[in-house]
Write a new protein. Sequence first.
Length: 648
Amino acid sequence: MSEQRTPFYITTPIYYVNDVPHIGHAYTTIAADVLARHHRMLGDPTTFLTGTDEHGQKIQQAAAAKGLTALQLADQTVENFRRLWKVLNITNDDFIRTTEPRHEKVVQHIFSTLLEKGDIYLGSYEGWYCVPCETYVPEAQMGEGNTCPDCGRPLQKMTEQSYFFRMSKYEQPLLDYYEGLPEAILPRTRANEILSFLRGGLKDQSISRTTMKWGVPVPGDEQHVVYVWFDALINYLSALGYPEAGKPWETFWPVAHHLVGKDIIRFHSVVWPALLLALGLQPPKRVFAHGWWTVEGDKMSKSKGNVVDPFEMAERYGVDVFRYFLLREVPFGLDGDFSELALVQRSNADLANDLGNLLNRTLQMVEKYCGGQVPSAVHPEALDRELEILAGRTAEEMDRLLERFAFDEALKALWAFLGRSNKYIDENLPWNLAKEGNQERLDTVLRTLFEALRQAALLSAPFLPETAQRMWDQLGLPGTPEGTGRSPWSFGPLPQPVQVRKAGVLFPRVDLEQWKVEKAARDAAASGGDMDYSDHEEQITIEDFRKLEFRVARVLHVEPVAKANKLFKLDLDLGYEKRTIVSGIREFYTPEELEGKNIIVICNLKPSVIRGVQSNGMLLAAESPSKTNFGLALLTVDQDIPVGSRIH
């Protein structure tokens, strides 16, 4: 009787349909794809969901600005995500849009069910609302000047009739659930954040709006539409056919795993599980919140022109190189920094040298010494058995690591096995065995290397699906590595003669010097264009301006900040005191050009620690928006006045 496997349900957030797909979308979805492929290979019943979030005030406003209906705009832009998932080899089983009838039907069913139960009630809400984030912000969490703590934009005071979800009722049940299941939220820092939030007390949640019409109508009261976040979260059930009997939700719901960005952890770990408890359902088995990406130390920004385009990265370097880099470079759950140079270096070292070279060397020797046919008769010795045992242990370790979404560690384990396999060649020196005429030992060594590569193809398939298939084909194996699946590992006998089919290198090495020249040319070409003055801030009052303290300061000493390519530490004289600031101007000035210069500094910023250095203030500089003449110039005064003089 076959072993009963545990179902596995993996989801990404449904992405905001009006976004331009970027590295963050790619990161989450590639991670989910690896898990889905991995569990399918293990034989687990698996379903993988992604999709788009298409309701809300932002879509309504963006569509109106373009002279379109909200649905017309959504129809146009949803294809951006569908196209990206195809490019990145994403194997989602379903793609749900929140404008689909199947979803709206379930949202209205759940709303009616909870209204009848008394967990939804009609009331009135007054509060501070962030339109871009589409959420009300408690006064205790507002930023300075009534701003949103997440995006920093001004909040609007709003009063409206609203339906409320009685979330306060589920405060203690949620605490009990999470305290009993410490791995229900990962990484642990996020679990601690949610537990702290819950212990601070839950308030009932406003879940409808009357100030807009683009949303799921509240059943029986179409003056209201369902709040976009309440609506969006329900996609995880509506995609599975809830609440109909015999539909996939009955199989997959108890084992739901949500991958989300850390900015939406509270929706997924507080609002959503409270709603599920109200429905009599179990909260998701796991919510994993990953970090954010910067680009070479800077926050991604359209105005800076440093947003990483996943389409471009996949086309330039190959899909598998991009997939590998994102999951190997940074522990999943932490913030990461994207660098094209780092990607190229990893491709050369890990993919070309370690994996590609192992395959190429082995196939060359099988062709040269065995006529291309993999030896079948072997007489393993201790060294061969050691590699075979390591192959099995690597599979077990990767399974254990992927169970907790430790993608980088799983890849490290696989690359340790590849490193040991490369060392095995140097320990056995097959070319010497051939010279000595020791065919029996040579056959055993080459067969062992073949088996190591077969295992490497199986273990790498979830991460590098195209590469694994190319390896599989060159090894002369039938079918696909993913179709072969993962049985308990054993080198085992070959069922039939296998003829290898060497067909070029897996990953050509990139010439770094040539790459730097080409990248400089690309950057120069991309910087061409007209001035862009579109990046403006919200208006402020004169009272806001008076809060800022500007003074003249003299730069006394400048030195680079360790391990930060763009940062200088500047020691300043303000007349009444000396202080230190950190600034990202290293690529525009040398220390000699700065020392002795009088500059303008904001003096009353709260201190912050940047790369281990406490910065007490910020210098002022003008950044050219011209794409043809990008540069930076420090703000100074046009007369020699004493340092410390106030700027008005």
